[in-house]
Design a protein around this ligand. Structure first.
Ligand code: AOF
Ligand code: ZN
Length: 382
């Protein structure tokens, strides 16, 4: 049950503003959450802020820092998209700042599942006599932090599988040509997805076929005020260490963090490993039972390195392996209004496949969005 006054149009408008602010941290706060905060007094916004960059001020303290005079906060109302923290991390507890500034009332969106916070933030505020209302625009606030919510509990990356296909489900023509399937608007959105995820993952097949860069090329269409646009860490699954030393990815590894994940078999070529390392490529070796990289183990290792989200832009084999091992949390499927035909070799998800429909890997439809003549369907794992 939502309290009536949470639904008050002014409250919703202030929380929407806090959500807009939170989004400005996209690409720069990981593995922390996106958080925005607004301070309101006498029907006027007197301060606002957001978590700008990992390790820096939290949204609430950024909002206090924006006040013309800190004393103005006395008796004001704060709108914050996430439960305020109550622990010492890289930053001191936000609840202390809220109490010290004599805020009268706090509206929050999401609960913070971080075990250090998880309800204790709300309790500290209430114990200090502050009125606290939770779950104001909860769904919208929660949608900011799918990545954080998984990572803070599981310590494994949230994986978004992305692919673009034709109406007949092809990711390339029968001779393997794939540039381009979708239009510019879809491709621009993919750059936003690359910005949102700390890592981007592809298979060696994609590297050999397309020699991609896997960088984030955002020119417009995104708020660049904060200069937050950065390239994701590139992760290439390469069981046999076939990656060409003159590939675009290896050649640019000095500037853009690059990881090659391989097996004991691939790592046996120690001379190649050394040459790749000299070119700044990091090599992760996982166990292997079937000749392939152990993807579950790889996710644990990447999580341990603080990689909280991965955009999976695999070919069919890698996509299927990730899906069948239950490692895909979300799928963004772009469909272009064209038909390629052909034998069906170029499928977005291939592998062995299931035998009967009852064994299908199930997802729930979350969003249907149009990008000019393309559509994007967004699904979450059930
Ligand atoms: C907030 N407001 O803006 C953020 C919060 O190491 P630290 O100090 O940056 O703490 C990170 C944790 O604090 C993070 O895991 C999450 O629980 C919370 N993030 N909390 O009140 C913010 N970014
Ligand atoms: Zn905080």
């Amino acid at each position: 049950m939502i309290d009536n006054h949470i639904d008050d149009e002014f409250n919703l408008a202030y929380m929407r503003r806090a959500i807009e602010l939170a989004k400005k941290g996209t690409g720069a706060v990981n593995p922390n959450p996106l958080v925005g905060a607004v301070i309101v007094k006498a029907g006027r916004i007197i301060g606002e802020g957001y978590h700008v960059r990992y390790g820096e001020l939290h949204a609430e303290r950024a909002a206090f820092a924006s006040l013309a005079d800190p004393a103005e906060a006395e008796g004001a109302v704060m709108y914050v998209t996430l439960e305020p923290c109550c622990h010492f991390g890289k930053q001191p507890p936000c609840v202390d700042a809220i109490i010290e500034h004599k805020i009268r009332k706090v509206y929050c969106g999401s609960d913070d599942p971080n075990a250090m916070v998880a309800g204790k933030g709300f309790r500290r505020l209430r114990d200090a006599g502050i009125e606290v209302y939770t779950h104001c625009l909860k769904d919208e606030c929660d949608a900011l932090n799918d990545i954080f919510f998984k990572y803070i509990i599981a310590k494994k990356p949230y994986v978004t599988m992305k692919y673009a296909m034709t109406m007949d489900g092809r990711i390339a023509t029968h001779i393997g040509a794939s540039k381009w399937i979708t239009g510019e608007a879809s491709r621009a959105y993919v750059m936003e997805l690359r910005n949102r995820h700390k890592g981007i993952m592809a298979g060696i097949g994609t590297v050999l076929a397309d020699d991609p860069m896997l960088t984030c090329r955002i020119e417009n269409g995104i708020d660049r005020d904060t200069d937050n646009v950065r390239n994701p860490i590139r992760i290439i699954c390469d069981s046999k260490l076939r990656i060409p030393e003159d590939s675009n990815i290896v050649q640019t590894a000095v500037e853009i963090e690059t990881i090659v994940a391989t097996t004991p078999d691939g790592a046996a070529d120690t001379a190649k490993c050394d040459r790749l390392r000299e070119k700044s490529v990091s090599i992760i070796e996982t166990d292997s039972t079937d000749g392939n990289v152990d993807l579950g183990q790889l996710m644990d290792i990447l999580g341990g390195k603080g990689i909280d989200g991965i955009l999976l832009e695999g070919g069919g084999e890698l996509n299927y392996s990730m899906v069948s091992e239950g490692l895909v949390d979300e799928a963004c499927v772009f469909i272009a209004p064209k038909i390629f035909g052909g034998e069906g070799k170029y499928s977005p998800v291939s592998g062995t496949g299931v035998d009967v429909p009852a064994d299908a890997h199930m997802f729930r439809l979350e969003e249907v969005r149009r990008f000019d003549e393309d559509v994007m369907l967004r699904y979450k794992k059930v």
